[in-house]
Ligand binder design. Structure first.
Ligand code: 8GP
Length: 700
């Protein structure tokens, strides 16, 4: 009954929820650390076809039923002030003075395993003033100032920044990042010492701290600080423990998402941490320049400090012993492009762990009828023991007509469930016998929802021009949020909803072509969306989507992927074969070539392809009424279409046509669906966690 806690933006946060689930299911002691945001990601409403953001007051009833507040485990986090050094027994000691103390209070949410006795935890930190009211200030009659302190403290865990793939360079964000890192590390060390006679010796043999993207990258200097300033270790000892403890995953290659903080900001907010960063960098550069004196330029490209900024990915790589991407192609791009300089210096650090998702939520729980049907056929072991690779046995029933019919019937029921939801929430009746073609994910130019909707506009044109054509009915379903400040993505949402309004109200389109935008995509909605899908749209510009995880959720529910050769789509293709997936579009190499050496002219595609010309003109000629979509039109023509939407349009339309004709052969379609389910086992997050265990964390 409770609201979904929406404490992340998209795939990055959801992946961690899956990983916590798998870690517990496999019986490993793995715990999460994060922030108990008072307001999670905004709730999305659609008003006049546009996204409107409403505050997500998920704690409005006071608390979350599954959390346990542990005030006695609170930790003080220190901001600002200055560092003073003194000599104590011949040793230099660093002290932070005149700082602002904030109390971090943990709320623990149990993470249960599956049919085992493991209960791990997700620890979310909430910021509070060290004292409710600063008595001294209060007694002096400065009531407002006292209250101000309280709200300044609470501001730290007030709200989740809503940008999925952009860097938020604000002071409050930097405070947030340090907040949960400092508090989390302090508790880990305290607990370790309690279990090891008050000493940190051997820490790295028992503890792994995994940096999930760079938001917790401050773990590197902060662990150094704790080990040196609070535990009295020397630099070399502390560095050995730190680097042997920390591992790092990168989740994106988009340059605008790579975090870099102004040195001045960092220095002021975290003076001691910044000193340590400087020293880490100095030593790194000395060492690499000595080892590779002829490669100074390359060595400098790996510097943590560049042009007045602290580069958090560089800090994470230098401070950890393992660096991985989240799908084979992504890890390759990290080695060859994004972190090439580092790869040349330390190739042994780099590895890949392809993402996965928890089948327990996205299949067992979301699609119980499918689970039961499969149990009847291959027994319950795959399900009870979570051995997803056993699903491969399904392939032998590919010609079992009764089984195919039963699978079809389950899919239809799931489609009807979604259709009912749409009717209830949008007062729109859609045809449950149409192809459910679904794209759900954050709205971003590189994910190319635009390509999808431009193609829908083309289908509409074609049906209007030639109403008697044979046409396999299709329902295109979209969902996803845009960052509130990402105006372009918001225009794409407006376009989708505007096109939907026009098509859905055209009686000629009834039961033939419909478009739906489902507001406020979240896990609860996802649970009824994935099981109902027949086509999974994974159409990002090649090289841009690190992995994608929705692609896996669709696949295990029997949807067929329509995708570019990007992220984990490539591995889906390797597993199902090209008879069971529709691929299209240019490759990451071609994208690289165009981006670095030119040769692409979007206008050529506008001139030469009548379908494109027509839909682009309709963006601005009033066909869809209201405000013209000038920003989109200009980006595609004037600014040469950075994400190659027009370049891939014809091939995408070709793939869509193939899908329509394949759908007519219901048996063949059902067989494709079974092949997808049967080969989805490797995309379980249990497999990802197994890979982390063996190749990254190296734990027994
Ligand atoms: C996302 C990737 O975009 C997605 O392909 C991948 O499946 C997911 O991570 C899980 O690995 N990355 C991010 O959301 C991301 O890097 N966000 C940070 C920049 C804010």
């Amino acid at each position: 009954m409770e609201k979904d806690p929406v404490l992340g933006n998209g795939g990055l946060g959801r992946l961690m929820a899956c990983f916590l689930d798998s870690t517990a299911a496999m019986g490993f002691p793995g715990h999460g650390n994060g922030i108990r945001y008072k307001y999670g990601l905004f709730e999305q409403k659609i008003v006049n076809n546009e996204q409107v953001e409403v505050a997500d007051n998920w704690l409005k009833n006071g608390d979350y039923p599954f959390e346990i507040r542990n005030k006695e485990k609170g930790v003080v986090v220190k901001y600002g002030g200055e560092v003073v050094t003194t000599e104590v027994e011949g040793k230099t000691v660093f002290l932070q003075k005149n700082y602002e103390p904030i109390l971090a209070v943990p709320y623990d949410i149990p993470v249960q395993g599956f049919h085992n006795n493991t209960v791990n935890s997700l620890r979310l930190w909430s910021a509070e003033p060290v004292e409710e009211f600063d008595l001294e200030t209060f007694n002096q009659g400065q009531f407002l100032k006292a209250v101000q302190r309280k709200s300044d403290a609470e501001a730290i865990s007030q709200i989740l920044y809503p940008s999925d793939a952009g860097f938020e360079g604000r002071l409050l964000r930097l405070k947030q990042e340090y907040f949960f890192v400092a508090a989390g590390l302090k508790r880990i060390i305290r607990r370790y010492k309690k279990q090891h006679d008050g000493s940190v010796e051997g820490f790295q043999d028992h503890i792994i701290i995994h940096i999930n993207d760079t938001h917790p990258a401050m773990a590197v200097p902060e662990l150094m600080r704790l080990l040196m300033d609070e535990e009295g270790l020397g630099w070399d000892e502390a560095w050995k423990i730190t680097t042997e403890t920390i591992t790092f995953t990168n989740h994106t290659v988009l340059p605008e998402a790579l975090e870099k903080w102004p040195i001045d900001m960092m220095k002021k907010l975290l003076p001691r941490v910044y000193q340590i960063i400087e020293e880490i960098n100095r030593r790194f550069l000395v060492e690499t320049n000595q080892k590779y004196p002829n490669d100074e330029a390359r060595n400098y490209s790996c510097s943590i400090l560049q042009d007045g900024d602290v580069h958090m990915a560089n800090l994470s790589i230098i401070g950890s012993h393992s660096v991985n991407g989240v799908a084979a192609l992504h890890s390759k791009i990290l080695r060859e492009e994004t972190f090439r300089g580092f790869y040349e210096l330390m190739p042994e650090k780099f590895t890949n762990v392809t993402n996965g998702v928890t089948q327990r939520r996205f299949m067992f729980s979301a699609n119980p009828k499918l689970r039961t049907l499969i149990n009847d056929k291959i027994g319950t072991e795959w399900n009870e023991a979570c051995e997803m690779e056993k699903l491969e046995q399904l392939v032998q029933f590919k010609d079992d007509e009764d089984f195919l019919d039963a699978m079809s019937a389950v899919k239809l029921e799931n489609k009807e469930r979604l259709a009912k939801y749409i009717e209830k929430t949008q007062d729109l009746k859609i045809n449950p016998n149409s192809i459910f073609d679904i794209q759900v994910k954050r709205i971003h130019e590189y994910k190319r929802q635009l390509l999808n909707i431009l193609h829908v506009m083309h289908l509409y044109n074609s049906l209007k021009e030639n109403p008697d054509q044979e046409f396999v009915p299709k329902t295109f379903i979209f969902a996803g949020k845009s960052a509130p400040s990402y105006l372009y993505a918001k225009e794409v949402i407006r376009l989708i909803n505007t096109v939907a309004e026009k098509i859905n109200s055209d009686p000629d389109m009834k039961d033939r072509l419909n478009v739906v935008f489902l507001p406020n995509f979240n896990v609860s909605l996802a649970e009824i969306v994935y099981p109902a899908a027949e086509i999974s749209e994974q159409i990002s510009t090649a090289g841009k989507e690190a992995s994608g995880t929705g692609n896996m959720k669709f696949m295990m529910n029997g949807a067929v992927t329509l995708g570019t050769l990007d992220g984990a789509n490539i591995e889906i293709l390797e597993n199902v074969g090209d008879d069971n997936m529709y691929t299209f579009g240019i490759t990451d190499k071609q994208v690289y070539e165009y981006t670095h050496n030119g040769g692409y002219r979007s206008f050529d595609y506008y001139e030469q392809d009548e379908r494109i010309r027509k839909v682009l003109n309709q963006l601005i000629d009033g066909t869809y009424g209201g405000q013209p979509f000038t920003m989109i039109y200009d980006s595609l023509l004037l600014h040469n279409d950075s994400y190659f939407v027009l370049r891939d349009f014809a091939d995408y339309a070709r793939a869509q046509e193939e899908i329509s004709s394949a759908y007519k052969d219901r048996k063949k379609w059902q067989q494709m669906s079974i092949e997808n389910i049967a080969h989805s086992g490797v995309f379980s997050s249990d497999r990802s966690i197994e890979d982390y265990k063996n190749n990254v964390w190296k734990i027994k």
